[in-house]
Ligand binder design. Sequence first.
Ligand code: GTP
Ligand code: MG
Length: 165
Amino acid sequence: MMSAKVMLLGDIGVGKSSLARRFVFDRFESDYKTTIGVDVLTHDVALGLEGDNATLRFVLWDTDGDFGMRIFETVYLAGASAAIVVADATRPATVVKMSGLVAKFEECFPGRPVSAIVNKIDLTPDFRLSEEAASQAEVLYTSAKTGQGVEEMFLSIGRAIWRRA
Ligand code: GTP
Ligand code: MG
């Protein structure tokens, strides 16, 4: 089975761990327990590609938002196949941080899939990124709370990893 290291990046409290938990366990917790350093979660998923029973093992590296851009100075990113960079729809400052992280990931890992994710869309359902912010990468809107867009988001990045391999 093909496996891929996928980074979850983004500011503190945007919902990185909640997205991983929704994807892997189909659960949501409203308590906030900040990630210390990094948590690694593994999940095997059928990609549903036509004429191909492709299964991808996601090795999710759920990072601590406190790193900010300094994450690029750590060893955590070594060997990453792709990145999911998350912002919180209710906090504009997290969107700015998302843009910076997307740009830096593209600079350090040219050509590797990267998605910009606006999470907590259940709280502001009409929120959309400015055209400028949205032009940078594939943008998807999710809610780890309701599950909206979560499976699609992971499948989309999984298929991009598969196509590239
Ligand atoms: P750090 O590990 O500190 O970097 O944070 P994180 O990005 O992992 O955020 P986490 O998943 O811990 O979520 C932070 C808080 O936001 C928690 O209280 C979650 O319950 C809440 N939360 C996460 N996703 C959503 C969402 O889609 N909607 C709503 N309403 N709340 C969410
Ligand atoms: Mg976390």
